[in-house]
Design a protein around this ligand. Structure first.
Ligand code: XLS
Ligand code: MG
Length: 503
């Protein structure tokens, strides 16, 4: 990380180390000057005073001698002045240091308040943030308008992410290797990316295959009605898996962008699902036979670019995984926007994947419900939903990367503000989660909500004839049970106030 710099009296900014070295050298120079004056000045003065010069130069000579006579006082004044400067500059550095320390303390131990210095939310590698290279390469093109941003080479994207303390980057094969690259071009690119990974300390956390852009995939990739396209897809994926293995990527995603239909009469979805399964099974076996340390992750989406996509939700992917030859090798990569396009609740969908032990990675972003795929920034459209997604991941100690799959607005000139704001919002949400979990009022309400009839817990946890009989014999009073007060409005208001920063 860049060391902190401060400005010294309007001059160029310097680091603390640089400043101390300069000051120490300055002190030595002053001592040297004083010693030289002490030893040499009386003799030199004699000579100067008796020097024969033109009359018009005599005042200048006298002034020089007078100034040099005052050398110790001038040096003393300079030392005092410098001492003052050192005091203020070191204080500026110390203040910055202290500020950093304050940010490490919890707000309740400082102000009892949730306001934090801004840089508290700066990302670190430990946050495990990752962005798709394709998000940064998005040039603002949409179905109604052309690109608004210049092209950004993959290496620039990777470097920019590393400079912003991202843990990883995610990529499609063709984000880094052009579709028509030769074998030697591919090898050179891999060498370059590997070097970038080593030089910049970033990881290739997720890889996937572009099986949607080229017209060959116009009617599906694994689910095309043409077996040649299905085989071509499988071959392309195998090559992408090899690249992933070379770059040390452990999560390999399948987002079936073209796996679907507009015309239902064109294919039987049961048949299409079989083709899909056959390919995934084949690819699982390929990974196993190669001894790669790679897991697959399927990313559901209800539609777009196809009218309807197969495997539209977390639930459908879970059901599909259970039918595979190696279900233990396959998980889910849910994405906020895709879930909301289906009108569902991301908190619940992510939770379902988590509960099944299948949440391998995540794509966070924002999306207005039931619309085209907007890929808005995380938290930009629905703060509560962003909060609960973060809460789920924090509370359940989700170990994977926090991947963002969004893109800058078409009006942005470059993607870097967008990168910063997604990470920053997530970090703020993480802090809000901590405040939620620490807040006494909220926790007391939750205790009250979950505190009813605790003696009855666990009766159905394990089946036995006795338990069944006991249950049959139990008497309940539904009217009394229904009369219980549930302070949900209050709880919701507290969450709102927490997010608004007044709790
Ligand atoms: C598109 C998907 C895509 C995948 C990777 O909607 O989100 O970007 O995440 O192929
Ligand atoms: Mg995605």
């Amino acid at each position: 990380m860049e060391p902190e710099r401060v400005k010294v009296y309007g001059l160029f900014p310097r680091t603390r180390r640089r400043y101390l070295i300069e000051t120490t050298l300055g002190a030595f120079f002053a001592v040297f000057l004083l010693a030289a004056w002490w030893l040499g000045w009386p003799r030199l003065r004699q000579r100067l005073v008796h020097l024969e010069v033109r009359p018009n130069l005599q005042p200048l000579l006298r002034m020089t001698v007078a100034v040099l006579d005052q050398t110790p006082s001038i040096l003393l004044a300079a030392v005092l002045w410098k001492g003052m400067e050192v005091y203020f500059v070191l204080r500026a550095f110390a203040r910055r240091e202290a500020q950093k320390q304050v940010t490490k303390l919890s707000p309740s131990t400082t102000t009892g308040y949730s306001s934090m210095p801004s840089h508290f939310y700066a990302p670190t590698r430990e946050d495990k943030f990752a962005f798709g290279v394709w998000c940064l390469q998005n040039r603002g093109r949409d179905p109604f308008g052309d690109q608004t941003r210049p092209e950004l080479p993959a290496l620039e994207c990777i470097k920019g992410l590393a400079q912003r303390s991202c843990y990883g980057f995610e990529f499609h094969d063709n984000d880094i290797i052009p579709f028509s690259a030769s074998a030697s071009q591919r090898d050179q690119i891999i060498r370059d990316v590997k070097k970038a990974i080593g030089d910049w300390g970033i990881k290739a956390t997720m890889a996937t295959t572009n099986t949607f852009y080229h017209p060959v995939f116009k009617d599906g990739a694994f689910t095309s009605t043409d077996p040649a396209v299905r085989l071509y897809t499988t071959q392309k994926v195998i090559r992408a898996i090899d690249v992933a293995a070379e770059l040390g990527t452990q999560v390999f995603v399948f987002w079936g962008g073209r796996e679907g239909v507009e015309v239902d009469a064109s294919k039987d979805p049961v048949e299409a699902t079989k083709w899909f399964r056959e390919s995934i099974n084949f690819l699982c076996n390929y990974v196993l036979s190669q001894g790669y340390d790679i897991k697959f992750s399927i990313e559901p989406k209800p539609n777009e670019p196809r009218g309807d996509l197969y495997l539209p939700t977390v639930g459908s992917v879970l059901a599909f995984i259970a039918t595979l030859d190696h279900p233990e090798m396959v998980g889910i990569n849910p994405e906020t926007a895709h879930i909301k396009m289906a009108g569902l609740n991301p908190y619940h969908e992510f939770a379902q994947a988590l509960d099944s032990g299948k949440l391998l990675d995540v794509h966070l972003n924002g999306q207005k419900p039931l619309r085209f795929d907007q890929d808005l920034s995380y938290g930009s459209d629905d703060l509560k939903e962003a909060f609960f997604t973060a809460k789920l991941l924090v509370d359940h100690e989700y170990p994977g990367t926090i991947g963002f799959d969004a893109h800058p607005y078409r009006s942005e000139a470059d993607p870097w503000d967008f990168v910063d704001r997604n990470m920053r919002t997530y970090k703020i949400m993480k802090e809000k989660v901590r405040l939620f979990n620490d807040n006494k009022e909220i926790q007391d309400l939750l205790k009250e909500i979950h505190g009813a009839n605790t003696n009855l817990r666990g009766l159905t946890a394990k089946y036995s004839k006795e338990a069944a009989q006991k249950l049959k014999d139990m008497e309940f009073d539904p009217v009394q049970l229904a009369s219980r007060k549930l302070p949900y409005e209050r709880l919701d208001q507290l969450v709102t106030e927490l997010l608004l920063g007044v709790l």
